[in-house]
Design a protein around this ligand. Structure first.
Ligand code: ADP
Length: 497
C-alpha cells in the first residue's frame, strides 16, 4: 500500500512540496524561494528553469526528510500560481523567454488597443474573464511578437506554451506529456469555459497558433508518469488545479453555494456555482472550479488587492507593529475603532469597486486616536472588503452564501475572524489544516488513483479548528458598514490627471 500523496505547490515566491497521508495530515514539507525579476516598472518575470529546478529539489527534499521513496507515493497532485506564461522549444526544452508572471502589466497598452466593446463582451461571454494583462493570452502574444523568430517557429510547431502546471508536467514526464487542466486553462483568456475547448476566435484575435497549446484535461486523472531519473521510479501525475481552485477543493466546497475566503497578501473569495456559469453584474469573474469524473463545477471569483498586505504596511512602512501577530492583541486592547476607518486602496480598489484611481485613506482621526485604533481599523478593513465581495456575490446569486470557510496567513487572527463573523452576520469556519491549496491538489490526485475512494471518504477527514458565531446587534453592524462605505467613497477617484 502506497503511504502518501505528494502535493507540488508552485507559488509566486516559492516552490513547495507537501506529503499528505490518508487522513489528509501533512507528514513532510520542503520549501525554497526563487528569484523575482523586475526588468522595468510594472514588469515581473521568473526564470522558468529555476522554477523547475527548485521544484524538483523540494520534492526530493520532502521525501528525504522522512526517508520516503518513490514507491511510497501513490500519486502527485500539482497546484500553482495561475496565468504565468512560459513558451519553450519542444526539442531542447529551453524557454525562449523568461516566464511572464501574472502580476506583469506589460500588455496593458495592447489590451487597450484591442479592447472594443465587442471584443470585451466576447471575452466575457466565452471565458468568464475581463480583458486584462493579468491573464496569459496577451502575454503569449507579447512573446511571439518580441522574441526574434518566435512567431515563425511557433507556426512551424517548434514551440510549446504552458502555464506553470503544464511546464512542470512536461518536465516531470521528460517531455512526453503536454497538457493543462481545465482550471488553469480557464485563466488563459483563450479557453471557452462552456465547451472546455480552446477558442478559435480568441486565438485569431491574439494571433496565437493552436499547435503550441497543451491539451486540456480534467483536474483529477492520470496524465502520465514521472521519468525514473526524477525520483528513482515512476510515479503517476494524477491531478492539477490553479491555486485558488485547489484551495476551494481543499476546503471541501464540493457543493453549489459553498465558498471560501483566503486572507493572504491579497484576498480571494471563490464560490462553487455548480454546473452553472454565473455572469456577474458586480465585477466578479466566472471560472472553472474543476472537472471531476466528467462533471464540471464552475466558480465565481472576487479578488481584493490589499488584504494581509495592510498589516505588512503597518509593520514595515509605518513601524507601528513589531509583527503581524501583534495586531490581534493591540486591536483587542481598545474598546472599539473610535470612529477610525482605514481604506487600504494603495493600488486602487479591486472587486467590486474597480476604481484604479482610489488611494489609501484614513478617516475619522481625532486628537485621541491611538496606534491601537489605527491597527484595529486596518484589521477591520480586511473584513469590510470581504463583506463587499460577499454582498456582490449575494446579489449575483439572489441569495446569501451557505458556508463561509477561511484560510490564508491572516485567518490565524481571532479578532479578525470574530469581527468577520459579526460583519457578515454568518458563522465563519476555520479548518484545522489551513494549507488548503496543497491539500486540494493532493485530494484531486489521490481520487484519480483510488488512494481515496470518494468525496465522502475525504469529507470524513474534515476537522475544524474553530467556528466564530456572529454576535453583534444588527443596528450597530449596519452603522459600521455604512461608515465604511462613506470612507470608501472618500478614497475614490483620488488620482486626477
Ligand atoms: P501569501 O500566500 O499571499 O504570501 P499568506 O497566506 O502566507 O500570504 O499570508 C500572509 C499575510 O497575512 C501577510 O500579508 C501578513 O501581513 C498577514 N498576516 C499573517 N499573520 C497575521 C495575523 N496574525 N494577523 C493579521 N495578519 C496576518
Amino acid at each position: 500500500m502506497k503511504q502518501y500523496v505528494m502535493a507540488i505547490d508552485q507559488g509566486t515566491t516559492s516552490s513547495r512540496c507537501v506529503l499528505y497521508n490518508k487522513k489528509g495530515a501533512m507528514v513532510s514539507m520542503a520549501q525554497k524561494e526563487f528569484t523575482q525579476i523586475y526588468p522595468q516598472p510594472g514588469w515581473v518575470e521568473h526564470n522558468a528553469e529555476e522554477i523547475w529546478e527548485t521544484q524538483l529539489f523540494v520534492c526530493r527534499e520532502a521525501l528525504a526528510k522522512i526517508g520516503a521513496f518513490w514507491d511510497d507515493i501513490a500519486a502527485i497532485g500539482i497546484t500553482n500560481q495561475r496565468e504565468t506564461t512560459i513558451v519553450w522549444d519542444k526539442t531542447t526544452g529551453k524557454p525562449v523567454y523568461n516566464a511572464i508572471v501574472w502580476q506583469c502589466r506589460r500588455t496593458a497598452e495592447f489590451c487597450n488597443e484591442i479592447g472594443t466593446e465587442e471584443v470585451r463582451n466576447m471575452i466575457r461571454e466565452k471565458t468568464g474573464l475581463i480583458l486584462d494583462p493579468y491573464f496569459s493570452g496577451t502575454k503569449i502574444h507579447w512573446i511571439l511578437d518580441h522574441v526574434e523568430g518566435a512567431r515563425e517557429r511557433a507556426e512551424n510547431g517548434e514551440l510549446l506554451f504552458g502555464t506553470i502546471e503544464t511546464w512542470l508536467i512536461w518536465n516531470l514526464t521528460g517531455g512526453r506529456v503536454h497538457v493543462t487542466d481545465h482550471s488553469n486553462a480557464a485563466r488563459t483568456m483563450l479557453f471557452n469555459i462552456h465547451t472546455l475547448q480552446w477558442d478559435e476566435d480568441l486565438l485569431q484575435l491574439l494571433d496565437i497558433p493552436a499547435c503550441m497549446l497543451p491539451q486540456p484535461v480534467e483536474n483529477s486523472a492520470v496524465y502520465g508518469e514521472t521519468e525514473d531519473a526524477m525520483f528513482g521510479g515512476p510515479v503517476p501525475i494524477a491531478g492539477a488545479a490553479g491555486d485558488q481552485q485547489a484551495a476551494l477543493f481543499g476546503q471541501l466546497c464540493f457543493e453549489e453555494q459553498e465558498g471560501k475566503m483566503t486572507y493572504g497578501t491579497g484576498g480571494f473569495m471563490l464560490l462553487n456555482t455548480g454546473d452553472r456559469v454565473i455572469t456577474s453584474e458586480n465585477g466578479l469573474l466566472s471560472t472553472v472550479g474543476w472537472t471531476l469524473q466528467g462533471k464540471t463545477s464552475y466558480a465565481m471569483e472576487g479578488s481584493i488587492f490589499v488584504e494581509g498586505a495592510v498589516i505588512q504596511w503597518l509593520r514595515d512602512e509605518l513601524g507601528i507593529l513589531k509583527s503581524a501577530g501583534e495586531s490581534e492583541e493591540l486591536a483587542a486592547s481598545v474598546e472599539d475603532n473610535a470612529g477610525v476607518y482605514l481604506v487600504p486602496a494603495f493600488t486602487g480598489l479591486g472587486a467590486p469597486h474597480w476604481d484604479p484611481f482610489a488611494r489609501g485613506t484614513i478617516c475619522g482621526l481625532t486628537r485621541g486616536t491611538k496606534r491601537a485604533h489605527i491597527v484595529r481599523a486596518a484589521l477591520e478593513s480586511m473584513a469590510y472588503q470581504t463583506v463587499d465581495l460577499s454582498a456582490a456575490m449575494k446579489e449575483d446569486l439572489g441569495h446569501p452564501l451557505k458556508t463561509f470557510k477561511v484560510d490564508g496567513g491572516a485567518c490565524a487572527n481571532d479578532f479578525l475572524m470574530q469581527f468577520q463573523a459579526d460583519m457578515l452576520d454568518t458563522a465563519v469556519v476555520r479548518p484545522a489544516v489551513v494549507e488548503t491549496t496543497s491539500l486540494g491538489a493532493a485530494y484531486l490526485a489521490g481520487l484519480a488513483v483510488g488512494y481515496w475512494d470518494s468525496l465522502d471518504e475525504i469529507k470524513a477527514n474534515e476537522q475544524f479548528d474553530r467556528v466564530f458565531q456572529p454576535q453583534m446587534e444588527e443596528q450597530k453592524r449596519r452603522k459600521m458598514i455604512e461608515d465604511w462605505h462613506e470612507a470608501v467613497r472618500r478614497s475614490g477617484g483620488w488620482i486626477r490627471e
